[in-house]
Design a protein around this ligand. Structure first.
Ligand SMILES: *Cc1c(COP(=O)(O)O)cnc(C)c1O
Length: 385
């Protein structure tokens, strides 16, 4: 008897609910135009917001670093894995973020899960926005603290929950800065007010906003002018920075604590030093070329307006992430297939990734899209109404 035979049944069940997911293979670099499973498509499904993933300057930085440092890092950072390039990137990130220190993780997922679990434990309480990313939720679970979900961006409900929190040792409020599916921004000013009133720590995940929002590209906290009121800032190098890895920025004490206690940091091999070289090159580009993020947000605003005029519901989006709300999962899949037939890739997002009744197409705009590509998408969506 095969003890894993239940998996076959579960996969059939997924298939029947049209929820089974399959890998597609891209054979060209990650950019606005790609070939995937033998088809040439315009790519509206990446998080490469500034078009840096395939930028030759990042590739050149990696090649140079590999020639000097080799490839593998061979150990966790605390043993012998921490190389000069890692250190340089951490110093640059702290400087960029305007914090005392920063710490690199091998992914944004690891940074989120590891940081939350290191900051809260039994006897503490974490308040987590319902629409927070899976890695934040996993961090909450790993912490073994009490976890309270609050309705998306609902500070009134959060205030009521916090009013009952006096029995806990510590309080932690956790939120995405820019939400990954809805493309809307957390009310960080109000969240910071609540954190101050209830002596809570405020942690903001800037995964989709680093490099895109704020005058200097530091994210939603900069955009909303509340950087000094956010205690723990987490970012990723894998989206607008076109590389791979995550980081935490904050006080020296916070960073020292995490490097001692965040388990994905302590017990996982450091990323290759060359990875840090790519991120250093990307940071330089986002500082020297602010027009990339400005143009992206301007064009995203025009596109949201245009889609609204066509009668599409783009929800509460105020960013480069534009959900085209469809509601019915089958309709979302059908629309995605229609666009695919016209050479455009927009993934259909269905439950359980989004709540029941909130199926959508997730359109993400990047600097690599030409005006023609966007115009064609608008035409195609117009004729699908
Ligand atoms: C993608 C994402 C992460 C994870 O970052 P990776 O570097 O891809 O592991 C964390 N938080 C949010 C909101 C994300 O969308």
């Amino acid at each position: 008897m095969n003890p894993l035979s239940w998996i076959d049944d579960e996969l059939v069940a997924l298939e029947q609910n049209t929820l089974r997911r399959r890998l597609r293979t891209r054979v060209t670099p990650q950019s606005a135009q790609m070939t995937i499973d033998g088809r040439e498509l315009v790519n509206f499904g990446s998080n490469d917001y500034l078009g840096l993933a395939a930028d030759p300057r990042l590739a050149a930085a990696v090649i140079g670093a590999v020639e000097h440092d080799g490839w593998g890092s061979g150990a966790s950072p605390l043993v012998t894995g921490h190389a000069a390039l890692h250190r340089q990137l951490e110093e640059r990130l702290a400087e960029f973020e305007g914090t005392e220190a920063a710490l690199l993780f091998s992914s944004g997922f690891a940074a989120n899960a590891g940081t939350i679990a290191a900051l809260a434990g039994p006897g503490d309480v974490i308040y987590c926005d319902r629409k927070n990313h899976a890695s934040l939720w996993d961090g909450c679970r790993l912490s073994r603290a009490d976890v309270r979900a609050y309705p998306h961006n609902d500070c009134g409900q959060l205030a009521e929950l916090l009013a009952k929190s006096s029995k806990y040792r510590r309080r932690l409020i956790v939120t995405d800065g820019l939400f990954s599916m809805d493309g809307d921004i957390a009310p960080l000013g109000e969240l910071a007010d609540l954190a101050e009133r209830y002596e809570a720590t405020l942690l903001v995940d800037e995964a989709h906003a680093t490099g895109v929002f704020g005058a200097h590209g530091r994210g939603t906290a900069e955009h909303l002018g509340v950087e000094d009121r956010v205690h723990v800032r987490i970012g990723t190098l894998s989206k607008a920075l076109g590389s791979i890895g995550g980081f935490v920025a904050g006080s020296r004490a916070l960073i020292e604590w995490l490097l001692n206690r965040a388990r994905p940091y302590v017990f996982s091999t450091a990323a290759p030093a060359a990875v840090a070289a790519a991120a250093l090159a990307a940071l330089e580009i986002i500082q020297k070329e602010p027009q990339r993020r400005r143009a992206l947000l301007t064009r995203a605003e025009a596109l949201r307006t245009e889609l609204g005029r066509q009668g599409w519901n783009v929800g509460a989006s105020t960013s480069q992430i534009i959900p085209i709300m469809v509601g019915d999962p089958d309709r979302a899949v059908k629309l995605s297939q229609q666009l695919l037939a016209r050479g455009m890739f927009l993934p259909a997002i269905r439950p359980p990734t989004v709540p029941e009744g909130e199926a959508c197409l997730r359109l993400s705009l990047t600097s690599g899209h030409t005006a023609e590509m966007v115009a064609e998408l608008v035409t195609a969506l117009g004729s699908s109404r």
